[in-house]
Design a protein around this ligand. Structure first.
Ligand code: KIV
Length: 273
């Protein structure tokens, strides 16, 4: 099943994302964490599905992304892969699986690829993780970078506010982006940074830049599926566009089911054997 905006039903590859940047075609990316959601997201024409470590928040109810384990990420990624025909499936390397040293990072990266069947991995950080990224790339695994607000470092930042507003942090982000592109990352996510800075980075590297709260000049956009479908009431940052209000739709539907069961209206004579 191809999505209504998809003119090419072939499997998305990192090379095709590069071609999309070259030809000015925007890249649509969303998260998914399970088979059923991934089937819908893929069928609707999303180019890249991220099995984000935001699963720690959306699926497990943790406050941060730090507690999710490599086994849990593999479970989510394997479930997503089973539901996807066209999109490129990228899995986040969870906190602690690539920061120790490059060898440990490669071992964990290989394990995620082998056990989940995903297409690529995403790591948060700049020059400090280049040795890990290089090792993973040398093992033949495509890597997506992630700069700006990097939620695995929330305890260092102490806040989820916009990053790289001052010159020093903006300069560091720009040189990090160049380093990630130079080492061979196939794309970079920029999270919650000023739109002007994201535009500068997008113009300065030849790999796709995918923004979340980083303005419209990026080569593509990513959102967390639960946020854009309105499944959690409490989260409404400025950058988020809600395309549905599933929280209310689901609550109403489930409430109606409860009423029907209690009133002996469900099942009726047509709904039984
Ligand atoms: O884990 C995640 O969902 C992410 C996106 C916010 C980019 O990293």
């Amino acid at each position: 099943m191809a999505g209504y905006l998809v003119d090419d039903a072939r499997k998305v590859t990192t090379h095709r994302l590069f071609e999309m940047k070259q030809s000015g075609k925007k890249i649509a990316m969303l998260t998914s964490y399970d088979y059923s959601m991934a089937q819908i997201v893929d069928g609707a024409g999303v180019d890249v599905i991220l099995v984000g470590d935001s699963a720690s928040n959306t699926m497990a109810g943790n406050v941060t992304t730090l507690p999710i384990t490599i086994d849990q990420m593999i479970y989510h990624a394997r479930s997503v892969v089973r539901g996807v025909k066209r999109a490129l499936v990228v899995c986040d390397m969870p906190f602690g699986t690539y920061q120790v040293d490059a060898q440990d990072a490669v071992r964990n990266a290989v394990r995620i690829m082998q056990e989940s069947g995903c297409d690529a991995l995403k790591l948060e950080g700049g020059v400090e993780i280049i040795p890990a990224i290089k090792g993973i790339l040398d093992a033949g695994i495509p890597v997506m970078g992630h700069l700006g607000l990097t939620p695995q470092s929330i305890n260092k930042f102490g806040t989820y506010t916009v990053r790289a507003k001052d010159e020093a942090e903006a300069n560091k982000l720009k040189s990090d982006a160049l380093a990630l592109a130079d080492v061979g990352c196939f794309a970079i996510v920029l999270e919650k940074i000023p739109a002007k800075l994201a535009q500068e980075v997008t113009d300065s590297v030849n790999i796709p830049i995918i923004g979340i709260g980083a303005g419209g000049a990026c080569d593509g956009q990513v959102l967390v599926i639960h946020d854009m479908l309105g499944m959690n009431k409490g989260f409404s940052p400025k950058f988020l566009r809600r395309y549905a209000n599933l929280y209310d739709i689901m609550t109403d539907s489930i409430g109606q089911y409860v009423t029907d069961v209690k009133n002996k209206d469900f099942p009726n004579s047509e709904e039984q054997y």
